[in-house]
Design a binder for this molecule. Structure first.
Ligand SMILES: Cc1cc2nc3c(=O)[nH]c(=O)nc-3n(C[C@H](O)[C@H](O)[C@H](O)COP(=O)(O)OP(=O)(O)OC[C@H]3O[C@@H](n4cnc5c(N)ncnc54)[C@H](O)[C@@H]3O)c2cc1C
Length: 455
């Protein structure tokens, strides 16, 4: 008996997981609750529906998204070749005709002889039954996971390890921070020099606050940003958007999020007027987040305004701030590097709910979870992706337990490991990272398929 694997959620991760499993000759039951139950953001009953933009990011092979896509194609992705077939002009980005794309993916999945698509809401009772029966399960229900299943996951992960909301500050690539302005120091020199400080003078602080208060706000993000819900988030999570704090008066940030107490700017020898702090996002310190800068501004506005911060004039933003509904687990605490729950063997998690962000990244995690689930079924040892490749970079984000506000992350240069020797030229460094990624991926791919390839 070859066994069977259940996949829950027919979004980007779910279809990739189901496809990867079925390609190895293993039957799959794929549960998708739409159209029986809606998410509030999806509009059709198609699998792999794009809820917002129609872009799968850069096609450039020399970009982080390009490298990830190359790795996914090599692992047998279904969504990428389908996207190519339904591509529409989008410059450097791979953009698609969303309806034709999703209809095509749905037809391929529904037409696969080893995949049974069940249009039903997967419930906690179903999950418990499967786990108790020792079955293998991939849960990929995305940022808008149904409430009962979200609560089930919360229970399995110990409640505090599941987030229903994101309150994320922008994150920048460390190599693009101007170190001649920004200085490392913790307040009163307590706690080492993990924090970096962007020192404001009065004039540039007031100019920054003025722009923040008058910035263009993002439209509510799907069902996520109803005002009533946001009020609750603010209350419970203490995550008032920074622009709302700034509206409280020109000095409210200088007395609050940006208070400069205990800091001395080495360039002037005195305390700055205000200081925006940067905190490492990973243990390699290749990424820094802007502390307490969660906001609801449009992305273009965030870039424009946060580049007014001293030392961030040329910063590259790898993630912008958001406050929206987003269900995801605290992966560093609960997930193994093969995307299996440490405390619940046989339960794999895939997609955005693991703590990656975006259609492509979610789909990538679907392929990997599917293949890892097959390895589990066949009682083969697991092979985690090497740190250097795009898969390894994403998985390292999911495994990095550095104290921080763990939040979903797109693929970006900062996630790829730096060379041991300092390379100052940005392009040279990126080429080095890419070469490392390509070599590491080739070796991993062979190991990953070893023993599971169907005849
Ligand atoms: C409003 C909004 C806008 C977004 N805009 C973008 C964007 O522009 N670009 C981008 O790259 N990413 C965007 N994202 C993120 C994007 O949704 C994810 O990156 C991607 O869809 C995640 O893939 P996934 O497979 O993890 O989840 P999804 O694609 O959401 O798939 C999860 C599936 O699980 C189903 N499901 C949930 N609960 C159950 C259950 N109990 N039983 C059975 N089925 C269930 C859902 O119906 C859904 O089909 C957006 C997200 C939201 C909410």
């Amino acid at each position: 008996m070859m066994g069977m694997i259940t996949v829950v959620g027919g979004g980007f991760a779910g279809v990739e997981a189901a496809w990867a499993i079925a390609k190895q000759g293993v039957p799959v039951r794929l549960y998708e609750m739409r159209p029986v139950r809606e998410t509030g953001a999806h509009k059709t009953d198609h699998l792999a529906e794009l809820v917002c933009s129609n872009s799968f990011k850069s096609k450039l092979e020399t970009s982080p998204a390009g490298q990830l896509k190359a790795e996914m194609l090599a692992l047998g992705s279904i969504i990428l070749p389908t996207a190519e077939r339904h591509a529409v002009p989008g410059g450097e980005a791979l953009c698609v005709d969303r309806d034709a794309f999703a209809a095509d993916v749905t037809a391929q999945i529904e037409g696969h002889p080893l995949i049974e698509v069940i249009r039903e809401e997967f419930t906690p009772e179903m999950g418990n039954r499967l786990l108790e029966g020792g079955q293998t399960l991939v849960v990929s229900t995305g940022p808008l996971t149904s409430k009962p299943l979200g609560e089930w996951l919360a229970g399995l992960t110990g409640r505090k390890h599941l987030y229903f909301y994101d309150a994320v500050s922008p994150t920048v690539d460390a190599s693009t921070i101007d170190r001649s302005i920004v200085f490392a120091q913790s307040r009163y020199d307590k706690g080492g020099d993990d924090y970096l400080n962007c020192p404001f003078e009065k004039d540039n602080y007031l100019a920054f606050v003025h722009e923040l208060v008058h910035a263009e706000r993002a439209l509510p993000h799907g069902v996520a940003a109803e005002d009533e819900t946001l009020e609750k988030i603010k209350f419970f999570a203490g995550c008032t958007p920074i622009e709302a704090i700034a509206e409280g008066g020109p000095r409210s940030l200088a007395f609050g999020n940006f208070k400069p107490v205990g800091l001395t700017d080495p360039r002037t020898g005195r305390r700055p007027y205000a200081a925006l702090q940067l905190r490492p996002e990973n243990k390699d310190k290749t990424l820094y987040s802007l502390v307490a800068c969660q906001n609801r501004l449009k992305w273009g506005e965030q870039k424009r305004i946060f580049q007014m911060v001293p030392g961030l004039e040329n910063a590259e933003f790898v993630r912008f701030g958001v406050i929206h509904r987003n269900t995801y687990i605290d992966s560093p605490q609960v997930l193994d590097s093969n995307l299996e729950m440490r405390e619940h063997p046989g339960l794999f998690i895939a997609g955005q709910i693991t703590g990656v962000e975006g259609y492509v990244e979610s789909a990538a995690m679907g392929i990997y979870a599917g293949l890892a689930a097959v390895r589990k079924l066949r009682q083969l040892h697991q092979v985690a992706p090497p740190r250097a490749c795009a898969y390894g970079s994403l998985v390292s984000h999911l495994q990095d337990a550095t104290p921080r506000e763990f939040a979903p992350m797109n693929i970006n240069w900062g996630l790829f490991p730096d060379p041991e020797e300092t390379i100052r030229d940005k392009q040279v460094k990126r080429t080095w990272k890419l070469n490392q990624a390509r070599t590491a991926f080739e070796a991993w791919k062979c190991d990953l398929f070893l023993g599971i390839e169907s005849s």
